[in-house]
Write a protein that binds this ligand. Structure first.
Ligand code: NAD
Length: 260
């Protein structure tokens, strides 16, 4: 049990990667706050975890709304006695060429990925600093934190930005034993990616199979998708690491799509 009695606030954890992290962290002994825009799905995920004997609650939150972020962090902290781990993971994807991207969609993307990361960090750091038992802040970046792809200007911009936020939180948090790191997955077959396959096929004028083979997995070493389990294992490494030796870092888990 690497996370026994740690409290983890995980955004976007009613689905995909966030949900897998919640499941693994619960198995490792953590108390889980499932924070998601979809409150019904958050409650259902919390119920699934509780059925395995874990401690979990679902909270509804739009990560772009400061009042909702603060209220949901307070609710989780009150339920479980503080916050030890933040996984800032909630995210969406919108794809268009730059010249066709609406300003409204650009702002929506930056709000969810960057404002959401900032607001949840601010709300959770308050608890981590006051508790005096350290903490771990983990941002869900992407290979797109390091590399660009066609049609994804705001996503690539936001995911690069998370590395700057993590480095700053790593420096400011060090004296409190708070570490900050970024996970950078390649393509993982979650609802976020399933939606992109037909969209990219339409925009690029190729088949869905070609999108998978020649766009998404083209640069991997073995033509394989990264899995939610792969990403959760990396999250556990960052969350369970005991010292400031591992902070301000970004780790790519992508079947070799991007090598640094
Ligand atoms: P997903 O669609 O399966 O899950 C995303 C979750 O975020 C959903 O439950 C959704 O309700 C929630 N959400 C969306 N907007 C929100 C908001 N404003 N406030 C609170 N919750 C909100 O997606 P996923 O693939 O699991 O993605 C999770 C994270 O991983 C995202 O940040 C994404 O950019 C990142 N990522 C995904 C992949 C991939 O290939 N799937 C690769 C690299 C990085």
């Amino acid at each position: 049990m690497q996370l026994k009695d740690k409290v983890a606030y995980i955004t976007g954890s009613a689905s995909g990667i966030g949900k897998e992290i919640a499941i693994l962290f619960a198995q490792e002994g953590a108390k889980i706050i499932i924070a998601d825009l979809n409150k019904e799905a958050a409650d259902a995920t919390a119920a699934e975890l509780k059925a395995t004997g874990a401690l979990a609650i679902g909270v509804g939150v739009d990560v772009t709304n400061e009042d909702q972020v603060n209220a949901s962090v307070e609710e989780g902290a009150a339920a479980f006695g503080g916050i030890d781990i933040l996984i800032s993971n909630a995210g969406i994807q919108i794809v268009h060429p730059v010249e066709e991207f609406s300003f409204a969609d650009w702002k929506k993307m930056l709000a969810i990925h960057l404002d959401g990361a900032f607001l949840t960090t601010k709300a959770c750091l308050k608890h981590m600093y006051a508790q005096g038992r350290g903490g771990s802040v983990i941002y869900m970046g992407s290979v797109h934190s390091k590399e660009a792809s066609l049609l994804k200007a705001p996503y690539v911009t936001a995911k690069h930005g998370l590395i700057g936020l993590a480095k700053t939180v790593a420096k400011e948090g060090a004296k409190h034993g708070v570490r900050a790191n970024v996970i950078c997955p390649g393509f993982v077959r979650t609802p976020l990616v399933e939606k992109q396959i037909p969209e990219q096929a339409r925009t690029l004028g190729i088949s869905e199979q070609e999108v998978i083979k020649n766009v998404m997995l083209k640069e991997t070493v073995d033509g394989e998708f990264t899995t939610t389990e792969d990403v959760a294992r990396v999250a556990l490494l960052f969350a369970g690491f005991p010292t400031n030796a591992l902070t301000g870092q970004s780790l790519v888990v992508s079947h070799g799509w991007f090598m640094q």
